[in-house]
Design a protein around this ligand. Structure first.
Ligand SMILES: *Cc1c(COP(=O)(O)O)cnc(C)c1O
Length: 366
């Protein structure tokens, strides 16, 4: 492979454009080291519990969650949350909008559960969006942002059951009316620029009541998958078992930064600006084009760009990586000649502009 050296003046200040985990701001890492006193102390004592309470309050503030909704958290990330929902929130049957690998995983978890009826699956091709249709189901689930394809879906009430939204890569980068949902769950390693391993959720009174009713029915639910126990711990500003304190500290710093920036509206505008730079740039290039055909479904937080056959994404990605621009690989299962760029909150729109200049520079020389 030929070595291509991109001139320093073209390079972004920060070359991390991953879709998850994603760029952590230097200021957040500084904050983490300043709070070294709290590391290695008990999560059952006041200092960590007030850290958890601050995270809960700031999240509630960021999304202006309705009265009666609670901020619930636990260990295991969004993947664990699918198993928890199957164990503790789906009563008999779920319905799913499937339009990529992440939205498919929840549907698969539900299909594998022996205590549930087969889920209703409404599927669309990668690059498009499918929502579940109202009907015989008690949970309606889809992803607000399908990170594997860069397609974004609306968040709105469907059917009579609980609306359970995977906002792992949308939360902190896209607006949402939480009253349209019963569970809006996410993890902190994307827009929130923290580490993975935690899940967080806004839960409606109906969702909490559902979990209590299922538990009272006598269904066997492992402790770690029992939503009622997560709610009980969260009300005490704790988690069922030991959380990663550094993750909570990074998240707390990011939330303070987001609120200072002007809240979710301002952060969402910043993300849309970054992804807009890429979509507009790709429209103007003969060798690139937005993967999602319908502009209304193009994600503001994860931009996917198809390349023509003459430009090999693997070679381009490798050349960029050797210049410090990392993690713009497409989702592996999609198997496309594509770039996928995380345009999360922490990414500077000016760095996205610089990224386009670097791509032009490398493509000219490949
Ligand atoms: C990243 C991601 C997940 C997986 O999150 P984990 O915390 O790694 O389990 C799930 N859903 C979506 C939409 C994601 O982007």
């Amino acid at each position: 492979m030929v070595q291509i050296q991109i001139p320093a003046e073209l390079l972004p200040v920060d070359g991390r454009f991953g879709s998850g985990p994603a760029k952590v701001r230097a200021e957040a890492l500084e904050y983490l080291s300043m709070r070294g006193d709290i590391m290695g102390t008990s999560h059952r004592q006041a200092p960590v519990r007030s850290l958890v309470a601050a995270v809960q309050e700031e999240l509630a503030d960021l999304y202006d969650i309705p009265d009666g909704y609670e901020v619930v958290l636990g260990n295991g990330g969004s993947t664990l949350f699918w198993d928890m929902a199957v164990s503790s929130l789906v009563e008999n049957r779920s319905a799913h909008g499937v339009f990529g690998e992440f939205s498919r995983k929840f549907a698969s978890a539900s299909a594998a559960a022996p205590h549930l009826a087969d889920p209703a699956v409404f599927e669309a091709e990668p690059g498009s969006v499918a929502l579940p249709e109202p009907g015989d189901a008690d949970v309606f689930a889809w992803a607000q942002n399908e990170t594997s394809t860069g397609a974004a879906a609306p968040v709105l009430r469907i059917g009579d059951g609980l609306v359970v939204i995977d906002a792992t890569s949308a939360a902190g980068g896209m607006e949402a009316d939480i009253s349209e949902t019963d569970v809006y769950y996410f993890a902190p390693q994307k827009n929130f620029s923290s580490d993975g391993g935690l899940w967080l959720a806004f839960a409606s009174p109906a969702a909490i009541e559902r979990a209590e009713r299922i538990k009272a029915s006598g269904r066997w639910i492992p402790q770690s998958l029992d939503f009622t126990l997560a709610v009980a711990s969260s009300r005490q500003h704790q988690t069922l078992n030991t959380p990663a304190l550094a993750t909570l500290l990074l998240l707390e710093d990011q939330l303070g930064w987001m609120l200072e920036l002007g809240g979710i509206e301002a952060v969402a505008a910043r993300c849309a600006q970054s992804s807009g730079v890429l979509y507009e740039w790709a429209e103007k290039r003969a060798f690139a084009s937005p993967f999602v055909p319908h502009p209304g479904f193009r994600s503001p937080v994860v931009a996917t760009l198809d390349l023509v056959d003459g430009v090999d994404s693997k070679a381009l990605i490798a050349a960029l990586r050797s210049n410090g621009i990392v993690d713009i690989d497409p989702y592996r299962a999609l198997k496309r000649n594509q770039l996928r760029v995380g345009c999360y909150a922490s990414v500077d729109p000016e760095d996205v502009e610089a990224l386009t200049a670097c791509i032009d520079y490398v493509v000219d020389r490949l």
